[in-house]
Structures are given as C-alpha cells and as structure tokens.
Design a protein around this ligand. Structure first.
Ligand SMILES: Nc1ncnc2c1ncn2[C@@H]1O[C@H](COP(=O)(O)OP(=O)(O)OP(=O)(O)O)[C@@H](O)[C@H]1O
Ligand SMILES: [Mg+2]
Length: 296
C-alpha cells in the first residue's frame, strides 16, 4: 500500500501541492484526473522519491518509504525516457538488469512484455524508428520489466490509438487479478478510482474522490433523460427543484436539485403526454471533470 500524506510543494510562488493526502491500497488502481498544472506529476515524482516535498510524507506498507524502496517502483515518466538509438529488446533487458535482475531473467522478462504489449514486430528496431504510440508501449514495458510492486504511470494514454488504450488499461487490471497485486497511481484515470483536482488559478485541492462507477452513479441520482412525445412547453414548471438543463434530439435532460422528487417529475411528464423513456443518466468521467473542475 502506497500512502501520500499531507504533501505540500511550492516552486517559488507557485503552490503545486497543498496538503495532498491519498492512498493506493494494495492491488488498486488510483487515477488522478486534473487540469494541466494541477500538481499530478509533482505528486508522482514525490511518491517516487525523485523530488522532495516541502512537507508531508510518503509511506509504503505502513512504514516511511525509503529511497531504496522507491527505486524499485516502476515509473513511466511524462517526459519519456528511452534511449532512441537502442533496440527495443536490448533496451528492455537493460532496464531489467539495472533493477538487479540476472541477465537470463531480464531476457525472458523483456520477451514477455514485448509480446504482451504487441511489440513483437518492433523488437529488433531502434526506438527512434517506432511510431509515437509504439514508443509509448515500450515505455510502459520499461516500467514493468523488473516486475515492480508499485507502478506509477504519468499520462499513460497519450499518443495511443484505441487498441493501445485497451492494452494499456488491461495491464493494471491484469495486475490486480494476478498474484502480485501491484499498487498503481495513474494519471489520467481509466479503470478504478479517480481523484478530480482543481486547477492552478486556485489552491490545488481534491474536489472529488472515489470509485469511478460510484462517482458517476452519485450524479445519476440527480439527472434524468426523459423522452416525452411532442415535448410540450413548461411541463416541469410545477416540480420544485427540477429543471431542464439540456436537450437532445427527442429527449431532454432534467436535473433534480435539492429535494426534487423524481416521481413528481415522472407524474408531471405523464400528465403532459406520452413518456417513452424516463431514466437516470450517468455522466462520463469527462463530463464529471467538466462539472467539478471547469464549471466551478
Ligand atoms: N520545475 C518546476 N519549476 C517551476 N514550477 C514548476 C516546476 N514543475 C512544475 N511546476 C509548476 O507546478 C504546478 C504543478 O505542475 P505539475 O507538472 O505537477 O502539474 P500536472 O498536474 O502534472 O500538469 P499536466 O496535466 O500539465 O501534466 C504548475 O503550476 C507548474 O507550472
Ligand atoms: Mg503532468
């Protein structure tokens, strides 16, 4: 389990982190979602021990994380760090050896990850010959090749096509199912948990945290998609706290503010006409982000 407690960090007058606390329980994928400049990379670099916090601490399995432990974490940095002239297979073997794996084990780990990440055809090429997305896959393999217990990925999805994104999403999932139960921090989030953080114009802080499905479901309780034939004007006026916030072809999106009753909204709709659909809407992670971070 990786824990960040009360982390603060400034760069001159810029407050990059202001008391960030967050836990990545064993085998969990924790994602950071936040505007550019929110402090995600800063937090990950502190977790890795490559940057000092001004205050707060990082712990690993209940004890303060030592440099020695932090060096074993797998890391995919935001600014990619591969050797452009080195062959993919040799490079991966080299990274495993750097992490004190015996040469033979390093070789077989490199082969395993080359296959898992769909890089077999690229294995003998120099990194600079690869497309951006394939370089990205090599970078992930480099973070995994020494079989780390904790994995920290900064912007793992940038530059990837949808298949690459799927492959990348499966790695953390696979790690959770496998015996190792890696701890993961990922920015931005796909599977698992998400933290949505506020931007640079105000003090950085966590505005929402929890499982992605729960965060989406919470919002869904207050938002409905209603298909009402003919869409008569003003049908919702008598329902206190309910308002139409968007229209779609053939449907309206209704928000239920404090105390508004969905059954009352349904009654009002039925009085107005034929209701062919009346259902909660779960916002996507992107919509949540806009609501929580941008529109505040
Ligand atoms: N080396 C540095 N020197 C000065 N300021 C820095 C430095 N690194 C980061 N900052 C500032 O700290 C804040 C947080 O930056 P950070 O890179 O952690 O954000 P981020 O959430 O990773 O952003 P992005 O989504 O753009 O990667 C920003 O205001 C940034 O300008
Ligand atoms: Mg960053």
């Amino acid at each position: 389990m990786l824990e960040l407690r009360d982390l603060s960090r400034r760069y001159g007058d810029t407050v990059a982190l202001d008391g960030l606390t967050l836990t990545a329980p064993q085998g969990e994928v924790v994602g950071f979602v936040g505007p550019n400049g929110a402090g995600k990379t800063t937090a990950m670099r502190i977790a890795l021990g490559v940057l000092e916090a001004d205050a707060g601490h990082v712990s690993w399995n209940g004890a303060p994380a030592t440099r020695e432990v932090q060096r074993t974490f797998g890391y995919m940095p935001e600014e990619r760090g591969l050797y452009p002239k080195m062959r993919v297979d040799r490079q991966l073997r080299y990274f495993a050896v750097l992490h004190a794996r015996p040469v033979q084990a390093a070789d077989s780990a490199a082969t395993t990850w080359i296959e898992r990440l769909g890089l077999a055809e690229q294995a003998e090429k120099r990194v600079e010959e690869l497309s951006l997305g394939n370089q990205q896959r090599v970078q992930l393999a480099a973070a995994l090749v020494h079989d780390p217990e904790a994995l920290i990925l900064d912007e793992p999805f940038s530059g990837l096509d949808p298949i690459g994104t799927d492959v990348m999403s499966e790695i953390p999932r696979g790690a959770r199912q496998g015996g190792r139960g890696r701890d993961l921090l990922v920015a931005p989030a796909r599977p698992g948990r998400a933290d949505l953080r506020q931007g640079r114009d105000r003090q950085p802080r966590i505005v929402a945290a929890g499982r992605v499905d729960e965060l989406r479901a919470e919002r869904a309780e207050r938002r409905l998609r209603v298909e009402l034939e003919g869409e008569p004007e003003g049908w919702l006026e008598d329902v206190p706290g309910a308002a139409v916030i968007a229209t779609e072809p053939g449907a309206v999106i209704v928000e239920l503010r404090e105390g508004a009753d969905d059954q009352q909204a349904l009654d009002a709709a039925r009085r107005a006409g034929r209701v062919s659909s009346f259902a909660p809407v779960r916002p996507t992670l992107g919509e949540l982000f806009r609501e929580l971070v941008v529109e505040r």
